[in-house]
Design a protein around this ligand. Structure first.
Ligand code: AMP
Ligand code: GLY
Length: 416
């Protein structure tokens, strides 16, 4: 099977590792890819959000399967363009990707499907948003309706900050605050059949102790030792299947990766968000534990044959990933610095590039790389990930020192 993988980040590097390890894959092309993938994939230039270019590359490469990593190409209709060429594509249509592309749309689908989520209002004017903020009270949750690369959400106790974010975004979803630890559950689906991956937890805030601004994600671990037994079955029954049924009912079935972001509240799991693609950096840990060949799984989802796919097999143990971010991230990101120690197993590249002058690997984005390790238990995986990170040098770089720490200590509490 020839596979074309679209995207450049850490999630795509993790997907590339999984795809390259599948014995059915005879050639892996990553477009545009990143220097970390060069050893396992042929790198090709493409504008990921341009449907015609990606479809043309898929045809030219003779791809049997196209896997689209990030959300922007999906929302732009890249999966539709690839499928129009008769090529199997893992990733939802533009219509279905609105589950991520519009928070208001996602809320509408959840309401129609009876999915448990925060009560919310979609607001287009200051009068509307002030009314919603007053009704819910602090902490205030204000979400840009459109795609914002993980930075469109403000959660704050400060009314002035909440009002300012609403005004800056225009159309926003304002919702009740959900208290409780967060879970990311990835569901592979062909629109009808649905297969959950291992639940993971992401660390969204920049600083230790969940302080500082929201980021794209500063680390992750899987599985979750504290998750109640039956959690995955409950979420499949109360969230995944009703949502997929509602999307079919609307004539826009969702096929690809449904990312269910949950808060474990006192009243039970509640949806915080949907995404239409694998999460980053949770993918790094989930795929590190997946033993089932990845290309076969994604191909089954892309061709409507997931119902006949054998049950997933998982490696025993745990996985932890710690993100190394550039100085100033997320507000600004210092780039162009040489990275020492980036080319080792377990170092997953995200914002890296090769400097043309001397071929050195340099930083090129906010989240630069992720040190990813597995171990027989969470403590061992965590120690191994931090040990790996110690071998990397990057001027001014920052990372959280508490990824997976409270889970290792048994201190993740479920409310209620
Ligand atoms: P989102 O882009 O919707 O995932 O939001 C980003 C982050 O904001 C989430 O991972 C949560 O940490 C936080 N968040 C979003 N919605 C809520 C909510 N209703 N209650 C509490 N925290 C939230
Ligand atoms: N880990 C958060 C995201 O991928 O949106």
């Amino acid at each position: 099977m020839r596979v074309l993988l679209v995207g450049t980040g850490g999630r795509e590097h993790a997907l590339a590792l999984g795809l390259a390890a599948d014995p059915a894959v005879t050639q892996l092309i990553a477009a545009p890819g990143n220097p970390g993938m060069a050893a396992i994939a042929d790198l090709r230039e493409v504008v990921p959000t341009d449907p015609a270019s990606v479809a043309a590359l898929a045809v030219e490469a003779g791809a049997d399967l196209v896997v689209i990593g990030p959300e922007a190409p999906l929302v732009a209709g890249v999966a539709d363009a690839v499928r129009a060429k008769g090529i199997a594509c893992f990733g939802p249509s533009a219509q279905a990707a609105r589950l991520e592309g519009s928070k208001a749309f996602a809320k509408d689908v959840m309401a129609a499907a009876g999915v448990p989520t925060a009560r919310s209002y979609t607001c287009a004017t200051p009068v509307e948003s002030d009314r919603a903020l007053a009704e819910f009270g602090p902490p205030y949750v204000v979400k840009d309706d459109g795609l914002a690369a993980g930075k469109g959400v403000v959660v704050t106790g400060d009314l002035a900050e909440a009002r300012a974010h609403a005004a800056a975004c225009g159309r926003v979803v304002i919702e009740e605050y959900l208290a409780g630890p967060e879970v990311s559950l990835f569901v592979v689906t062909d629109g009808e059949a649905a297969v959950p991956l291992l639940p993971a937890q992401d660390f969204k805030r920049a600083g230790d102790g969940d302080t500082g601004p929201n980021t794209g994600g500063m680390g992750a671990y899987a599985p979750l030792p504290w998750a109640p037994p039956g959690l995955v079955d409950e979420v499949m029954a109360s969230v995944a299947h009703p949502t997929l049924a509602e999307m079919r009912r609307r004539g826009t079935p969702f096929a690809g990766l449904l990312y269910i972001g949950l808060a474990m509240t006192a009243a039970g799991p509640r949806v915080v968000e949907f995404n239409a693609r694998f999460g980053d950096p949770e993918t790094q840990v989930v795929l590190a534990l997946l033993e089932t060949p990845l290309a076969g799984l994604l191909h089954a989802a892309a061709t409507g044959t997931l119902g006949a796919h054998p049950p997933l097999r998982w490696r025993p143990g745990s996985a932890v990933t710690v993100v190394l971010a550039s100085q100033g991230y997320p507000e600004t990101a210092r780039t162009g610095d040489v990275i020492v120690g980036a080319e080792r197993p377990g170092i997953i590249h995200a914002g890296t590039a090769r400097r043309p002058a001397d071929d050195a690997v340099v930083s090129s984005g906010g989240r630069v790389l992720c040190a990813t390790a597995t171990g027989p238990d969470l403590a061992a995986a965590r120690d191994a990930a931090y040990a790996l990170l110690t071998g990397v040098e990057l001027t001014g770089a920052q990372h959280r020192s508490d990824i997976a720490l409270s889970a290792v200590r048994g201190e993740v509490g479920l409310p209620g």
